[in-house]
Design a protein around this ligand. Structure first.
Ligand code: PGA
Length: 251
């Protein structure tokens, strides 16, 4: 079985002082673990945190990227820049980007293309709102968001990404999906991957995100189609994040 991927999403949090302490504790805590560990940090700190992670088994990622290649796009950050400063992964289509910045499925696909062209692995986020879940629309919404991306990729590209199922109602609320609720959606996503990629469907990891913490991680990771986690709030606490990584290492 592939190793689980535990990805931290620091969102718009951090400072030089706090980052140094947090990243060092995570590097030390992750040194002997059997999962993949990734820190997705704010743009200004990629260089700092990248330096701290050098030579460790913790990878560096960003939280977004531009859909453009280069040029007169004030304030934007390109895939090539992220690669240049040592990122291996980039989050794309997080619900906070979709909600606060109006990111559409088409924009998400454009960003996936840019990321892959620069040899970055996109972590594509999908998930339903509370209203959509209550209306019984979860599967349609989630599979629709995935199809919007997969429809624009050839099979080789479709294998080179990570999916993150993040129910919007679970993000930052302390109300994680139960393992069974998450597994049901992950199983539907796996089904869509099998339909698209056949035997290669296992190449695409499906992370769960939304109020993952030290107490619920092990039960989520025990589910057959949960391949890791995208962790927001709990990733700012070294002890909690390492506990999640330990759970992801099967210990
Ligand atoms: P949370 O955030 O763990 O704080 O719920 C997860 C995410 O938004 O990726």
């Amino acid at each position: 079985m592939a190793r689980k991927l535990i990805a931290a999403n620091w969102k718009m949090n951090g400072s030089l002082g706090n980052n140094a302490a947090l990243a060092q504790r995570i590097v030390d805590g992750a040194a002997s673990l059997a999962c993949e560990v990734l820190l997705c940090v704010p743009y200004p700190y990629l260089g700092q945190v990248g330096g701290l992670l050098a030579g460790s088994r913790v990878a560096l990622g960003a939280q977004d990227l531009s859909e453009h290649d280069a040029g007169a796009y004030t304030g934007e950050v390109s895939a090539a820049m992220l690669k240049d400063v040592g990122c291996s992964h980039v989050v794309v289509g997080h619900s906070e980007r979709r909600k606060y910045h109006g990111e559409s499925d088409a924009l998400v696909l454009a960003k996936v293309h840019r990321a892959q062209a620069a040899a970055l692995v996109p972590i594509v986020c999908v998930g339903e709102s509370r209203e959509q879940r209550e209306a019984g629309d979860t599967e349609r919404v989630v599979l629709g968001q995935i199809e919007a991306v997969f429809g624009g990729l050839d099979d080789a590209a479709a294998r080179r990404l990570v999916l993150a199922y993040e129910p919007v109602w679970a993000i930052g609320t302390g109300l994680a999906a139960t393992p069974e609720m998450a597994q049901a959606v992950h199983a539907s996503i796996r089904g869509a991957l099998v339909a698209r990629l056949g035997d290669e469907a296992g190449a695409v990891a499906i992370l769960y995100g939304g109020s993952v913490n030290a107490d619920n991680a092990a039960a989520l990771f025990a589910m057959p189609d949960i391949d890791g986690a995208l962790v927001g709030g709990a990733s700012l606490d070294a002890e909690a994040f390492i506990s999640i990584c330990v759970a992801g290492s099967g210990r």
